[in-house]
Design a protein. Structure first.
Length: 247
C-alpha cells in the first residue's frame, strides 16, 4: 500500500479553503437584504446633496425704473419696449417698495400699471420683474393700454440677475412625504433603507422639519449644520440654518 504524501493533504486543504471562501463571497454579495454599512459623514453628504438638488430653484430678476410717464394727466398704464424673452405665464412683477404685485401684460411690449388706480397722478416707480419656468405667472392680456395709458415713458431696465436658493414649496412637499410615505422618500433621495434622517431649517419667518422617527437610544448619531437661503418668488432671499441628523 502506498502512503499518501503531505503534499496531497495540503492540496486538499487548500481546495476546501478556496471553496469555502467562494461560498462566503456568494452569501455576502448575493443574499437578499444584505446592506452595506455607511459611515456617518457619508450619510450626511448623501442627505445634503440629495436635499439640495431636490429643493433648489432659481429665478431671473430684472429691475425696472419708470422715471416719468412721458405724458400728462391721470395715468394707469405705461407701455414699454420689452427686449426680453419672458411671457405672462412664467413672470411676476412686484413693486419694489413693498413687494405688492403689479398688474401687467407682456405681448411684444410690456404694459404695466404704474399707479394705484384710475384718477391717481403718476409718480416714479421701481419694479422687480421675476421670471422662472417654475413660476405660475399672473400677467393678463386684458391689462392692455385701452384708455389711460402713456406710450412714451422714460424708463430704464437693470441687468438680468440669476438668483438661486431653496424653494419653500418643494420643502413642504418633502415634509408631507416624510410623514405619509417615508420609505419612498428615502428611495427618492437614494438614502440607505436601513438608515434614517431628520432635516430641520430655521431662519427669519421660516421653520420646517422633515422627519418621521427619532433616533433610538444608544445609537451613533451624526449631525451637520450649514447656512442656506430660502428664495422667495419675489426674488428675495432669507438666510436659514439647516441641520441634518443621520443615524
Amino acid at each position: 500500500m502506498k502512503k499518501r504524501g503531505i503534499g496531497h493533504h495540503l492540496d486538499w486543504i487548500i481546495g476546501i479553503s478556496l471553496f469555502m471562501l467562494y461560498i462566503v463571497f456568494l452569501i455576502v454579495t448575493l443574499k437578499p437584504g444584505i446592506q452595506p454599512l455607511h459611515k456617518g459623514d457619508t450619510l450626511l453628504s448623501i442627505i445634503q446633496d440629495r436635499f439640495t438638488n431636490a429643493t433648489t430653484w432659481n429665478v431671473t430678476k430684472l429691475e425696472l425704473n419708470i422715471k416719468d410717464a412721458g405724458c400728462s394727466g391721470s395715468i394707469v398704464y405705461c407701455s414699454l419696449d420689452f427686449p426680453f424673452s419672458y411671457d405672462n405665464s412664467h413672470t411676476k412683477i412686484y413693486n419694489e417698495a413693498d413687494n405688492s404685485g403689479a398688474l401687467f401684460s407682456i405681448s411684444g411690449n410690456l404694459n404695466i400699471e404704474s399707479c394705484e388706480g384710475s384718477g391717481i397722478a403718476f409718480t416714479s416707480a421701481k419694479f422687480k420683474i421675476i421670471n422662472s419656468g417654475e413660476i405660475s405667472g399672473t400677467g393678463s392680456s386684458s391689462n392692455s393700454c385701452s384708455g389711460n395709458c402713456c406710450n412714451d415713458p422714460i424708463y430704464v431696465y437693470g441687468i438680468p440677475e440669476l438668483i438661486t436658493g431653496l424653494s419653500e414649496n418643494k420643502i413642504e412637499i418633502l415634509e408631507a412625504d416624510a410623514i405619509t410615505d417615508y420609505e419612498t422618500l428615502k428611495k427618492d433621495l437614494n438614502y440607505p433603507i436601513t438608515n434614517d434622517f431628520i432635516i430641520t431649517g430655521k431662519g427669519g419667518a421660516h421653520s420646517f422639519e422633515i422627519k418621521k422617527v427619532d433616533p433610538p437610544q444608544n445609537t451613533n448619531v451624526y449631525v451637520k449644520q450649514f447656512p442656506e437661503f430660502i428664495l422667495e418668488s419675489t426674488g428675495d432671499r432669507t438666510p436659514i440654518t439647516l441641520t441634518i441628523t443621520v443615524w
